[in-house]
Design a protein around this ligand. Structure first.
Ligand code: HEM
Ligand SMILES: Nc1nc2c(c(=O)[nH]1)N[C@H]1C(S)=C(S)[C@@H](COP(=O)(O)O)O[C@H]1N2
Ligand SMILES: [Mo]
Length: 373
């Protein structure tokens, strides 16, 4: 069925272009989100390498940036196609009915993903659900519905994007004094570009001065690095440097407790590494401390994996794991210093984990114990 050309504002060709852009954006979000999930909850067949050092920074930065750019695209797309919701008769046949039914999870899921994702990066937990679990479930539902939708609209999209489709679309004159079809499209893509410009600076250094809407600026915070959760938010009190001990369990000769001076005596190494938060911001720091591999070698367990425990009690940040490969990376450190001075309490004083290519949640602060596997 060839439908009559619609109004210039609600053009089929615009719907097609916006659909293609949203398909790409949601595809990128799905793959990068899935990767982030695998890194944080690795099944037995999955290991995440410690190199390249900035890969997670790139994939998660892309996830959040693409998701934000999708907001105006989805808004204009829904506005463009919404009169079609009221078509009569509502369905032509059973297959068409099922395809229309799949619009419910598609629209609801898309809106939920963009809204919940945006709320999460602003730490605005307005609803009583655990964000990653519901965002993850919604991603599968939405992508499933999206695949059905793309399949159902493939022919129509191809036609609308062809030369003949462009000629048909341009034959529809805009209402007098109204926006043209191209102006609507420019508004959608211009909005996406503008939103990207004023948020991408949270991870892309050169844009930091125009980082007007993102929750973090990568150069603002103690020691020039932002803080995700402060010590007081985590319920952690300042440790006394004299009394502090790092407990190491799982060594051949039973548990060991090392003072800060004993840790320093193992040799200090400096590495320039980013904190790459799952929220999409990232910030580079010059970290100085003990190589985890030197610590392992000192107790004869060079081949071990490690679980790093914070003194923080409970919650999702209390511990993180290093595979043997990650633990052996020469830049995986238990850091004592950041940018030339001892760690600020909010950055994990007196000792924190920092390693290449790790999600921020796994850069455990206020480390009190490590357990060798
Ligand atoms: C404005 C848009 C979006 C923002 C700001 C956003 C933000 C986020 C954030 C911050 C996380 C990390 C959660 C965590 O580990 O704590 C995440 C995870 C994820 N996102 Fe999004 N997201 C958006 C849109 C989307 C879309 C459109 C999809 C899929 C089509 C998607 C799929 C996923 C998946 C699969 C995960 C992994 C969840 C897990 O670790 O269990 N996101 N997202
Ligand atoms: N113990 C503990 N470690 C933690 C956190 C925390 O809340 N508690 N936050 C994590 C998160 S989500 C990030 S992004 C980084 C941020 O480190 P920063 O606050 O020093 O920038 O620390 C990680 N390590
Ligand atoms: Mo984070």
């Amino acid at each position: 069925m060839i439908s009559a050309p619609r109004s210039a504002l609600r053009s089929e060709r615009n719907a097609a272009w916006l659909g293609v852009a949203l398909g790409v954006a949601f595809g990128v979000c799905f793959l990068t989100g899935l990767l982030s999930h695998l890194i944080q909850h690795p099944p037995h067949w999955f290991t995440w390498p410690s190199r390249p050092a900035g890969l997670y920074r790139l994939t998660q930065g892309l996830h959040v940036a693409t998701g934000i750019a999708a907001i105006p695209l989805l808004a204009v797309k829904l506005w463009t196609v919404y009169p079609k919701l009221w078509r009569w008769p509502p369905v032509d046949d059973v297959v068409h009915g099922l395809e229309r039914l799949s619009l419910v999870p598609l629209v609801a899921g898309s809106v939920f993903l963009l809204v919940s994702g945006t709320q999460n990066i602003f730490h605005w937990y307005a609803w009583r659900f655990f964000f990653p679990v519901d965002h993850y479930a919604a991603a599968w539902i939405t992508i499933g519905a999206l695949i059905i939708h793309v399949g159902a609209k493939a022919t129509q999209t191809r036609r609308a994007l062809s030369t003949a489709g462009r000629e048909a679309a341009d034959a529809v004159a805009p209402a007098e004094g109204g926006l043209s079809r191209r102006a609507v499209l420019r508004l959608a893509f211009g909005g996406a570009g503008l939103l990207t410009l004023v948020t991408l600076g949270e991870t892309l250094g050169p844009l930091r001065r125009v980082d007007l809407l993102a929750p973090r600026r990568p150069d603002i915070g103690p020691q020039g690095v932002p803080v995700n959760r402060t010590a007081s938010e985590a319920g952690v009190l300042a440790a006394s440097a004299q009394a502090y001990r790092l407990v190491i369990e799982g060594g051949a000769e039973g548990p060991v407790a090392l003072s800060l001076d004993e840790l320093r005596a193992l040799g200090q190494h400096e590495a320039t590494l980013p904190i790459s938060c799952v929220d999409g911001w990232s910030a580079q720091g010059a970290w100085r401390g003990v190589r985890v591999r030197d610590l392992l070698a000192s107790i004869g367990r060079s081949d071990a994996g490690v679980v790093v425990h914070s003194v923080e009690q409970g919650g999702i940040y209390a511990s993180s794991s290093l595979s043997p490969e990650q633990a052996r990376d020469p830049d995986t450190l238990l850091a004592l210093e950041l940018n030339g001075s001892p760690l600020a309490l909010d950055h994990g004083y007196p000792l924190r984990l920092i390693g290449p290519n790790r999600p921020g949640v796994q850069q455990t602060k206020w480390v009190g114990k490590i357990v060798l596997q």
